[in-house]
Design a protein around this ligand. Structure first.
Ligand code: UTP
Length: 288
């Protein structure tokens, strides 16, 4: 079985829920404590053994490329002040030369279309997809958990978590079969069901390991909900054909594409930082 070596990060969305912050700045560069949201996703992928990072970008997103590049002037200035540790940290956070690939989604035709734009770079091998808005803190690196589950099942694996029935309308929901530990067999997927129609509480969140056959389904380019080419529709076509599972990942997921989710992500990330947590907890007390 081919090893999962590549991760696709679709970052071509407009980020309208975070306007006006995202009018000029890509939402993927919004900071959570002191690093952009996208940096967490890259670090998680790296800690999971991913070797090639494929970003599907759009106009106005070139700052993402700058973020993952060396900043010679800054480095020289820091070094001249003796800040060698700061430079070493910045360098360690960078992907190695040739590990990062950018392609463009020329029109915002949907998440499925964005993933399809990476088809030639991915080629004929299983690959990971990460939605950067979903910030996962704690636990094991989520991509790594999905990759291990893929190696066991040989099929598609999506990250899942149980949500209250009142929230099923916000997510793709699995119609679940057998549950074996953290592995949930998927019989079907229902997009954003009302609580009374939801087949389970297993919500799909933005981490996937997919077989390359997904591209054959995306090739047909049928627009779905909202007139967009949906990744969920193409994934649903593989159900029954190939093994398909949800994996109850061990970390905590925060939705940074949404105002409240973003604020919570900052609080949660700061409270996990040994250098900040005590003083930050004291500061939060003042706002109770
Ligand atoms: P969202 O539904 O969060 O849309 O996309 P968005 O445009 O990014 O944000 P809002 O809703 O306007 O605030 C889910 C993921 O799919 C990517 C986004 O970048 C995000 O990671 N996406 C979406 C694309 O890359 N291209 C698209 O055409 C649509």
């Amino acid at each position: 079985m081919a090893r999962v070596r590549k991760a696709v990060f679709p970052v071509a969305g407009l980020g309208t829920r975070m306007l006006p912050a995202t009018k000029v700045m890509p939402k993927e560069l919004l900071p959570v404590v002191d690093r952009p949201v996208i940096q967490y996703a890259l670090e998680e992928a790296r800690a999971s053994g991913i070797e090639e990072f494929i970003f599907v970008t759009a106009g106005g997103k070139t700052l993402i490329e700058d973020h993952f590049d060396r900043a010679e002037q800054l480095f020289a200035s820091l070094l001249s002040k003796g800040k060698t540790e700061a430079v070493a940290e910045l360098e360690a956070a960078l992907p190695r030369a040739g590990q990062v690939v950018y392609t463009r989604q020329q029109q915002p035709l949907g998440l499925g279309h964005a993933v399809w734009c990476a088809r030639h770079i991915v080629g004929d091998e299983p690959f990971a997809v990460g939605l950067v808005d979903d910030l996962i803190l704690g636990g094991e690196p989520c991509f790594g958990e999905l990759i291990a589950a893929h190696e066991r099942t040989g099929g598609n694996v999506v990250a899942t978590m149980e949500v209250p029935y009142a929230h099923t309308k916000r997510y793709g929901i699995l119609d679940a079969g057998d549950v074996d530990g953290r592995l949930v067999a998927a019989k079907a997927m229902v997009e954003k069901p009302d609580p009374e129609w939801a087949p389970s509480r297993y919500a799909v969140i933005g981490r996937y390991v997919l077989l390359p056959e997904i591209f054959e389904h995306l090739d047909r380019q049928d627009p779905g909900a909202g007139g967009e080419i949906q990744l969920t529709d193409a994934m649903a076509k593989m159900l029954g054909d190939k093994p398909f599972h949800g994996y109850l990942f061990s970390g905590q997921r925060h939705d940074c594409g949404d105002k409240l989710g973003y604020l919570e992500a900052i609080v949660a990330a700061a409270l996990r930082r040994p250098d900040l947590k005590d003083e930050f907890a004291t500061l939060l007390e003042r706002y109770r």
